[in-house]
Design a protein around this ligand. Structure first.
Ligand SMILES: Cc1cc2nc3c(=O)[nH]c(=O)nc-3n(C[C@H](O)[C@H](O)[C@H](O)COP(=O)(O)O)c2cc1C
Ligand SMILES: Nc1ncnc2c1ncn2[C@@H]1O[C@H](COP(=O)(O)OP(=O)(O)OP(=O)(O)O)[C@@H](O)[C@H]1O
Length: 303
């Protein structure tokens, strides 16, 4: 898969079919858009592409940090796996000033050589998101551009969206979030030093420094898998502030089962599977570690 970074004035030399959106999480509905783009690419001999913004549109528009379901690296890896041939990256701040007409007629049609476009039912574009599907279809007709509009894809009676999945994760509904994503919600992080109390008590933990501004799962304990150097291990993971120890700030700590390697500074993938219980403030450290033993046993018992 080719990845190119461009500015609005740049031109690319391939004729492409392009899927449009933020694609945070690349959930089941996004995957359908990507499948459609690949289908059109094959039929019309175009390059299957995604236009990707270097920052989430809401971050650029609202000037606040947007919680994310995946890092840039995770997104690129998954797009490649799904069969996308080209990712065009551009800063959203450079796109958001374009009028809807300029965005389609000049930027997409002339600069990107888009011959076909794939979007979802609620796609909006151009300055202040003034462009909608009807306008896109009208411009496209004049240009002879092929537009595939994917109908709203639902699961459990509600429309799938990145926003909905982030909400479910914040509520601890990991099972549902994973169903909508089509894979486990995964935080990539670097292993950093903790206080080593866990090690002293027989439950060492890998403390993770996330590599993106991920949405934070509801505070509590999770059944998880950790991918370390290509190997998948079971782990009991705590997300929260460790109230028993009167610590402050968010901690994501994974006790990896049957594992004793030094992995400080390494990058690992933490896959969330099930919410086990809420975070608790225990009377003392012994009570806390008795509970951690129980949590670990539950993870061990998982098939
Ligand atoms: C499975 C698991 C469950 C945990 N549950 C809680 C909890 O309910 N309350 C709490 O204060 N800390 C909890 N923790 C966090 C521990 O306080 C922390 O891992 C321990 O103090 C070791 O910290 P260290 O890695 O900095 O040495 C949990 C940790 C693990 C691995
Ligand atoms: N459930 C869905 N059915 C069909 N198309 C969808 C669905 N969800 C997203 N899309 C389309 O996928 C593309 C990418 O959309 P976007 O990144 O805004 O996803 P989203 O899940 O709707 O995100 P958000 O919750 O932040 O609005 C858009 O063209 C959008 O219309």
């Amino acid at each position: 898969m080719e990845i190119i970074q461009i500015h609005p004035q740049d031109k690319i030399d391939k004729e492409i079919v392009v899927a449009l959106g933020n694609f945070d999480g690349i959930h089941l509905a996004h995957q359908e858009l990507i499948r459609q783009a690949i289908k059109i690419a094959k039929k019309k001999k175009l390059t299957a592409s995604v236009l990707m913004f270097t920052e989430h549109t809401k971050k650029a528009l609202l000037h606040t940090e947007q919680n994310l379901l995946m890092s840039r690296r995770q997104k690129l890896d998954l797009l490649e796996k799904l069969g996308i041939e080209l990712v065009v990256e551009i800063e959203f701040s450079e796109i958001m000033k374009m009028s809807p007409e300029y965005f389609v007629n000049e930027f997409l049609a002339k600069h990107l050589k888009a011959r076909a476009i794939v979007v979802g039912y609620d796609y909006r574009f151009g300055y202040k998101a003034k462009g909608n599907i009807d306008l896109l279809l009208a411009y496209a007709e004049d240009l002879g551009l092929d537009v595939k509009v994917v109908e709203a894809i639902k699961k459990k009676k509600n429309i799938i969206s990145s926003t909905r999945i982030r909400d479910e994760i914040q509520k601890g509904k990991i099972g549902l979030a994973n169903d909508l994503l089509g894979r486990p919600f995964t935080i990539q992080g670097r292993v950093v030093h903790g206080k080593s109390l866990g090690k002293k008590m027989g439950y060492p933990t890998a403390n993770l420094q996330p590599l993106a501004h991920y949405v934070v799962p509801k505070y509590g304990v999770y059944d998880t898998n950790v991918l370390v150097n290509g190997h998948l291990y079971k782990a009991a993971t705590s997300v929260g502030t460790n109230p028993t120890l009167k610590e402050s700030g968010l901690k994501i700590e994974a006790h990896i089962l049957d594992f004793d390697q030094d992995i400080y500074n390494q990058e690992v993938d933490l896959q969330f599977l099930t919410f086990l219980r809420k975070e608790k403030s225990f009377k003392n450290v012994d009570e806390l570690f008795k509970q951690i033993e129980k949590d670990t046993n539950r993870v061990r018992a998982r098939k």
